[in-house]
Design a protein around this ligand. Structure first.
Ligand code: AVJ
Length: 335
């Protein structure tokens, strides 16, 4: 059988000026409006992405290994519910490793890897294509947090069912309102072919101490991941944040069921960038990430509001109870 070659499509990428404006607007936001904020997407420059990979290996950071264990234990049961000959659409594919580990069991006909920049996908897809020479592979550069509309060149309109794959509890970065908007788009993106649906990993509400340890590990890797944001921002916005002035803070906000990451100033500082500046008092916080935690019931309800049928749920709970993490298969239509 001849080996196929992956195709690559870049849809739209913010230019440097748009990025600078977005950043400066968040930095300048005054305390009356919740204070300075930055989007969690700025955590992921080249070093930030490697620090996140290191986080996934920390003893305190349970989500990645718990999700992997759920796929190992229940992968066959999942596979029985997945559509046959599907187009597997991987949202936030990165190194494509998680999806690739499902190829043998799920046997998709096409693999569409989506990430912000198509450049992140080239190496991984070219390598994967050698292992799966007959699988049709497409890399799509797209900020799907804004729109989930796939280009026709991705081949998702060929009449095959679509399997949207959104693992890792990345949905946790969205507020519940944003998550609903996203899931409605995901439902629309499943298309009209019967059997299509969304396979999603969701981190669950649990004990505060366990949650806070997962986002403030003893080795300080999460602190480095959070503080590295300042180096990235300095490059993007031309600002002059000094690392020594900022500490990592992670706390669980029970009222909102979310981990919040902040950077807290160690003294009064003024940060400058081309065309502006911002004073921070000692102890002032800049909000850098939310990571929402869900109950299985709460998330199933959200899926239903977004138009999905009743989901199948797999967790790491040995007996009854919630478990730490859940993987849900939400069919787009009632069978
Ligand atoms: C990639 C958004 C799922 O919220 O657990 C890990 C990011 N931040 N440690 C998460 C993260 C700090 C992660 N997500």
């Amino acid at each position: 059988m001849p080996m196929k070659t992956p195709r690559f499509i870049q849809i739209y990428q913010d230019n440097a000026q748009v990025v600078q404006q977005e950043l400066v607007q968040g930095l300048a936001s005054n305390p009356a409006h919740g204070g300075a904020t930055t989007s969690p997407k700025f955590l992921y420059d080249a070093l930030g992405s490697r620090l996140f990979e290191a986080i996934t290996e920390l003893p305190e950071y349970y989500p990645t290994r718990t999700e992997a264990a759920i796929f190992r234990t229940h992968g066959d049961a999942m596979a029985r519910q997945m559509p046959k000959g599907a187009t597997l659409i991987d949202l936030g594919a990165g190194n494509c490793g998680k999806a690739a580990s499902l190829f043998d069991r799920f046997a998709p006909a096409r693999y569409v890897a989506v990430d912000i920049s198509v450049d992140f996908l080239r190496g991984a897809l070219e390598c994967l294509q050698r292992q799966y020479p007959a699988l049709d592979m497409v890399g799509v550069g797209l900020d799907f947090s804004r729109t989930l509309e796939l280009p026709p060149e991705a081949g998702a309109n060929d009449g095959s069912p679509r399997l949207l794959f959104y693992p890792g509890s990345s949905i946790g970065n969205f507020t519940p309102d944003e998550a609903l908007v996203f899931l409605r788009q995901a439902h629309a993106a499943c298309g009209p072919v019967p059997g299509s649906g969304l396979l999603i990993g969701v981190d669950l509400v649990k004990d505060t101490a366990e949650l806070e340890a997962a986002y403030d590990d003893a080795l300080g890797v999460t602190a480095a991941f959070n503080r590295n944001l300042l180096l990235h921002i300095n490059r993007l916005a031309g600002s002059d944040f000094a690392l020594a002035d900022w500490s990592h803070v992670a706390l669980y906000n029970t009222a909102h069921s979310r981990i919040e990451m902040h950077l807290q100033s160690r003294r009064a500082v003024t940060v400058t960038w081309p065309g502006g500046h911002r004073a921070f008092v000692a102890g002032e916080r800049m909000h850098t990430e939310n990571s929402y935690k869900w109950t299985v019931e709460g998330f199933a309800d959200l899926l239903q509001q977004a138009g999905f049928a009743t989901p199948s749920v797999w967790t790491d709970a040995q007996t009854t109870g919630q478990g730490r993490f859940a993987v849900l298969w939400a069919p787009a239509q009632t069978p």
